[in-house]
Structure formats: structure tokens, C-alpha cells
Write a new protein. Structure first.
Lengths: 275, 411
């Protein structure tokens, strides 16, 4: 699905030459990444490397200072989360971004409520649909009308995932998806990533921990100090290679510094000079 | 793997009898507690005043007195739920009331059939515009609501003074005055039963429709007997209310008063605002913002637009309050509504609206308004001096919030 197969049609997502700074701090400098349909791209880096900022720009939570975003080849403007959702970009934040005082159906449909003919909220339909989507994902919550603050971490995660998946997303961003989960739940999320990938979604997996994403990702992009260190196919590298990229900001020996078909990146010779 | 749930089902939470009862009848334990405390207060006052407190005449007055604060408290619920505050509502009563008085007395023909209608419409529009302006400063310019509405408190109180150069404007249009619920300002024998019948039909229709819908989706429903028992209780309450209001006769006549118009307005506003809060997208977003504004924004809620609209609603309700209070006083003075904002906030807080945002019901705030008014009314009947009354209200306010804190911690 990756590489040559995608050469004929434009990639699902292209972020080109993205810049973003907060005050004097350069959070992102000339970062370019691509994502194909049915592909999982892991984005790795230390805290403060710029990975969260990058995906927040795609999700509409932040705006880039410069750069271009294309979805299926079309240049798009993403000014807020609503724009992103309209384009089929759904995000599962590390914090999950749930309204803790509301119940599961209210959270799944927040911003996109189902209404009756009279324009009022259709609670029963939303509760029913929430049950359906949870079932489809193999997730379960005993009491759908319970407020989220009374649910467990795994159940909250289930709600956040349901919300991202229910509206037929094309692009899914998962920020530290398993950081707060136990082994069983982590396995559940991994299985889900495989399933959604099989359905043709493009998925960004963001993590500071290589073990979380290595086995799930088709390719890995490494960021350090706001710059892209490199992008590599997961099957071509070892975990140690990638750790080297994360820590030293250098691409491994014998490895192309960037992925084929990802234009516009400056080839990093010696990176990490910002420190 | 696929057949295992992400996390085992939660165990059924242990419930005490009150919680179980509230779950069966579908009313929040907090509201249920409020009703209980209010009932206890009423019975206590009735005993202490030898039956004066619960006499039809006093209940009629109580309904009248609670109206303005109750109307405003429904809007304040949304404001506080969304983590804001509005300190300007008392001043807005004065300013919009003065504006309305000038419009009907100085600008429109006195006694024309349309005078009261045009006046009311203009007042409501002005209220909405002022709300939109304050909301714009809060939502789009990032000035905290406390500051904007504190500014509004000063601006509109003194604006009211400037509009009339300190004069009190009176008397007001005769039809307009009916809205205030004076001697003639009630709906009589026939219409009060029509109102009651509509309310009863509404209760039955709503209960059965919800039940049918839940059954269609295969959700659990209450036993049919419980459903009808609940409907019967609600109907009994409606009948008791209408009957009580009817046993108070207009002074020196045998004509039953019926329901005072301001209280009818309060009931309609409370009903309407409950629907807005619970069953519209706007209401849902208000609670989502109160839960966590950042989450609401990330979920795709236009937090700024919703925030501004909350203040449009509050401004419009302030105008409605201004109409009722000036109509009742048959006058507009620049001091009208002084300190009302504090009673309104107290009513909402006593009614269970949490100042940390995200929780609280419109109905609770209305109960809070009735509670505060009952306290004042009862103490007046007992001859307790005004300063003592205010002190008691202050103490009750702190106690009410303390109870809420304990209740929240227990959950």
C-alpha cells in the first residue's frame, strides 16, 4: 500500500514545510510528512520535540505560521477542529478531551448531535448508536447514561475512540493512545489500529515511547527540537536505530535519510544543533 | 480477544433508599433534597405563623415575589454552568425598565392597544443586544465575565439614572401593568383550568412518548404501574396548585384570582429553559463547555459563539424581568432591581448550580428562588427585622454550598 503503489494517486495527507513558533521558541521548523490511505505512520520524539504541535496543526487545535496542508492532493485550510472534522480528520487526544460531566452518548456525539424532526436532541437514538459503535469496535460500557467522570480509564478511551470512528473518519490521529492503559487494553487498541488500517484509514500514532508504536507502524517519522530527523520504513530499521534518531538526532548508517517520495525536506547532516 | 470487553462491566453502584427512589422517579437526588427542605421550611413557617404562611393569599404573594428572581435564575443557571457569572442583571432590570417606561410614556401614544406590545418587544430586543455586546467582550475579546458584567453593573445602573435624570416614571400603560400581576393581573377561573389541562396533557404525552421510544430501542423502562403512579403524582401537584391559586379571591370580592401572570411567565420560562438546557444542541454545548472548555472546543463546539449566545439569553431574560418588575411596581426608577443580581446568583447556587461549572439544573435554580423568597416572606410574617433576614439568607447560602460540597465529595 505504501511507496510505489501510492505513486500514481496523491497521498492522503501531505504536510509541507510547516513552521510554528511560540514566542521565541521554534516548535516546528520546515517539517514535511506524508501519509497514505491504509498506512500507519508513527511520529516519535522526546517531549517538546514538536510532535504534538504538528498533529495539533492537522487537527485544527493550533494554526501553523507557514506551510501547506493537502488532503488527497487538495490544498486545505484548517482553522479550527470543526474544519478538520469536516475533512474527515479525527483526533484521539492523550487527555481524551471528553466532557467529564456528560455521559457517553453526549460525548460521542458532541458537536454533531442527532436530532428529532423538531430539532431537539434525540437522546434515545444517540444512546442506541453509541451502543452500536462500541459493539462494532468490540468495546463495552455497562452503563451508557453514567457520567464519564465515574468511568474507568479504559472506558473513557473507548468513548474517545468511538467518537473518532463513528463519523467515518479518513484520517485518524492518536496521541499517546496507550500511555494510560494496562496490557490488556493496550492489546485491544493495537487490534483496533489493525482493523481500522484494514478499512483504509490513514493513521498517525504519536508517542514518545518507541515500544508503543514500533510494531504497529508502517513507517516512522522522528522529530527532535522541532525539526524532522528523518522518516524510515519500520521493516528496514531496528528499535536501536530509531532510538539513535530520537536521542542523537541522526539517521542510522546505510539508511536513506528520508522516505522515498517525500519531497521538500532538507537532508539533515548533523541535526540537533539547536541545543 | 474480540469478544472480551475493554474493561469488565462496572458493578452496580450501591444505592441508599433515597438514591433508589430518585432513580425510580427519574429526578436527581439533589433536586429531591431541595424539594424536601423547601417543604420542611414551609411547614415550619406555617406552624410558627399559625397557618398564615400556607394560606392561599400568602402563597399567591409568594408566587408573585419569586417570579422576577426565578426568571433571571433560569438564565443565570446557564451562565454559571458555563463557568461564567453575570453581575449586571440587577442593573439591567433598572436600565431596561427605565427604557421601557420612557418608550411607553413619552414616545408611544398613551392607551393605544399596541403600546404594551411594542414596548415589550423593544425591551426584549434591547436586552438581547446588551447581552450580545457583553457576551462579545467575554467570548471574543477574552475579558473575564466577572469584569465585563461588573462594568455592566456600573454602566447600566447609572445609565438608568441618566436616561431619566434621576426621575421615577409612573404610571405605566394599563395593559402593560397586567404583566406585573396586580389586582387584575391574573388569569381567571376559565383560563387557569385550561392551563392546568394543558399541563396535565403535556405530562401524560411526554411520559408515554419517552417510554415508547425507549421500548423501541429495547432500553429498560420503568414498570408501567410506577410510570402511571408518577404521572398521577404530577397531575395531583398541578391540580393542587391551580386549586390553591383559585381559593384566593380578589380583595373584597368573591372572584377567584387564578394564577398571577408573572408566575405563569416564570413557569413557562422555567419549562422553556429546561427544554433549552436539556434537549437542544445549544444547551448540550453549555454543559460541555462547563465540563471543560478546551475539550468542548476540540470536540468541535464553537465555544465563543455559544458563550456569546448564553449572554444573549441572559440579557433577554433580564428584559423579561424588567417588564415584570416595572409592571408590578407600576413605575420605573433608576434604583429598580438594585442588588437583584446577588439574589439571583444565590438562588442558582442554593438550587444546586455549581460555581465550578458543568452541573446544575434550571428547575433547581427556580426552586432556589422560591426558597429564598419563602425565607424572606416567612421572616416578614414573623416580624423579624430586615437586617436579620438578610443575615439569615447569607448564612443559608453558605450552608447550602457546604451541603453541595459534601454531596459532591460523597459521589
Amino acid at each position: 500500500m505504501t511507496g510505489a503503489a501510492m505513486a500514481t494517486s496523491p497521498p492522503l495527507v501531505e504536510m509541507r514545510n510547516i513552521y510554528k513558533h511560540f514566542g521565541g521558541v521554534h516548535a516546528l521548523e520546515d517539517v514535511s510528512i506524508e501519509l497514505a490511505s491504509g498506512e500507519v505512520l508513527g511520529i516519535l520524539g522526546h517531549n517538546g520535540a514538536g510532535k504534538s504541535t504538528l498533529i495539533k496543526i492537522l487537527a485544527g487545535a493550533e494554526r501553523a505560521d507557514a506551510g501547506e496542508i493537502r488532503i488527497e492532493g487538495e490544498p486545505v485550510t484548517i482553522e479550527n477542529p470543526r474544519d478538520a472534522k469536516t475533512l474527515g480528520i479525527e483526533t484521539i487526544y492523550q487527555t481524551l478531551a471528553l466532557a467529564e460531566n456528560l455521559d457517553a452518548p453526549a460525548n460521542v456525539f458532541l458537536g454533531r448531535e442527532l436530532t428529532t424532526q423538531s430539532g431537539l436532541l434525540d437522546e434515545e437514538a444517540m444512546e442506541h448508536e453509541t451502543g452500536t459503535v462500541l459493539n462494532r469496535l468490540g468495546l463495552q460500557i455497562a452503563s451508557l447514561r453514567e457520567t464519564v467522570m465515574n468511568l474507568s480509564g479504559g472506558q473513557r478511551q473507548a468513548i474517545a475512540i468511538s467518537r473518532a470512528v463513528y463519523f467515518n473518519a479518513k484520517i485518524l490521529i492518536m496521541d499517546e493512545p496507550t500511555a494510560a492503559l494496562g496490557p490488556e487494553e493496550t492489546a485491544k487498541v493495537a487490534e483496533l489500529v489493525h482493523r481500522l488500517k484494514g478499512e483504509g484509514l490513514g493513521i498517525f500514532l504519536i508517542s514518545h515511547d518507541i515500544h508503543d508504536v514500533f510494531d504497529l507502524s508502517d513507517r516512522l517519522a522522528v522529530l527532535k527540537n522541532g525539526r524532522l530527523v528523518g522518516v524510515c520504513r519500520t521493516r528496514d530499521v531496528t528499535k536501536d536505530d530509531v532510538l539513535g534518531m530520537i536521542i542523537l538526532g541522526k539517521t542510522p548508517r546505510g539508511q536513506p535519510p528520508r522516505d522515498a517520495g517525500a519531497p521538500g525536506e532538507s537532508v539533515p547532516g548533523a541535526m540537533g544543533g539547536g541545543e | 480477544m474480540a469478544d472480551r470487553p475493554l474493561r469488565a462491566a462496572t458493578t452496580t453502584p450501591r444505592m441508599n433508599p433515597l438514591q433508589r427512589f430518585s432513580a425510580v422517579i427519574g429526578i436527581d437526588t439533589h433536586l429531591l433534597g431541595m424539594v424536601g427542605i423547601l417543604a420542611a421550611l414551609w411547614i415550619a413557617f406555617d406552624v410558627l405563623t399559625n397557618g398564615i404562611f400556607l394560606s392561599p393569599r400568602n402563597l399567591f404573594n409568594l408566587a408573585l415575589q419569586a417570579s422576577v428572581v426565578g426568571i433571571l435564575a433560569t438564565g443565570m443557571t446557564l451562565v454559571i454552568v458555563a463557568r461564567h457569572i453575570d453581575l449586571s442583571v440587577g442593573s439591567l432590570l433598572g436600565f431596561i425598565g427605565m427604557f421601557g417606561a420612557i418608550v411607553q410614556v413619552d414616545m408611544l401614544p398613551v392607551g393605544a392597544w399596541y403600546t404594551w406590545i411594542v414596548t415589550c418587544l423593544l425591551m426584549l430586543v434591547l436586552g438581547a443586544l446588551i447581552g450580545a455586546l457583553q457576551g462579545w467582550w467575554i467570548a471574543y475579546r477574552g475579558v473575564p465575565a466577572f469584569v465585563v458584567t461588573l462594568g455592566g453593573l456600573l454602566i447600566f445602573r447609572n445609565g438608568a439614572w441618566q436616561l431619566s435624570e434621576g426621575k421615577t416614571i409612573s404610571p405605566l400603560d394599563e395593559t402593560y401593568r397586567l404583566i406585573g400581576g396586580g389586582i387584575e393581573g391574573t388569569i381567571g377561573e376559565f383560563w387557569r383550568w385550561v392551563t392546568g389541562a394543558i399541563a396535565i396533557a403535556g405530562i401524560i404525552w411526554l411520559s408515554l412518548r419517552t417510554r415508547k421510544k425507549r421500548q423501541r430501542y429495547g432500553f429498560s423502562v420503568k414498570p408501567l404501574a410506577v410510570e402511571w403512579a408518577l404521572i398521577a403524582v404530577w397531575i395531583a401537584l398541578v391540580v393542587a396548585f391551580v386549586q390553591t391559586m383559585n381559593t384566593y379571591h380578589r380583595p373584597r370580592t368573591e372572584i377567584p384570582s387564578g394564577i398571577p401572570i408573572p408566575f405563569l411567565i416564570l413557569l413557562l420560562v422555567a419549562l422553556g429553559m429546561t427544554v433549552v438546557a436539556k434537549s437542544t444542541k445549544f444547551g448540550r454545548y453549555v454543559y460541555a463547555i462547563g465540563g471543560r472548555p478546551e475539550s468542548a472546543e476540540l470536540a468541535g463546539v464553537d465555544v465563543k459563539r455559544i458563550t456569546r449566545f448564553i449572554f444573549v439569553v441572559m440579557g433577554t431574560l433580564s428584559a423579561l424581568g424588567a417588564i415584570v418588575i416595572t409592571a408590578r411596581l407600576n413605575a420605573a426608577a433608576s434604583v429598580t432591581g438594585t442588588m437583584t443580581e446577588l439574589n439571583v446568583i444565590a438562588a442558582a447556587v442554593i438550587g444546586g448550580v455549581s460555581l465550578t461549572g458543568g452541573t446544575g439544573a434550571v428547575f433547581g435554580a427556580v426552586l432556589g428562588a422560591v426558597f429564598i423568597q419563602s425565607l424572606e416572606n416567612g421572616m416578614i410574617l414573623l416580624g423579624i427585622p430586615t437586617p436579620t433576614q438578610r443575615i439569615v439568607v447569607g448564612v443559608v447560602l453558605i450552608l447550602a454550598v457546604w451541603v453541595d460540597v459534601v454531596y459532591q465529595r460523597r459521589r
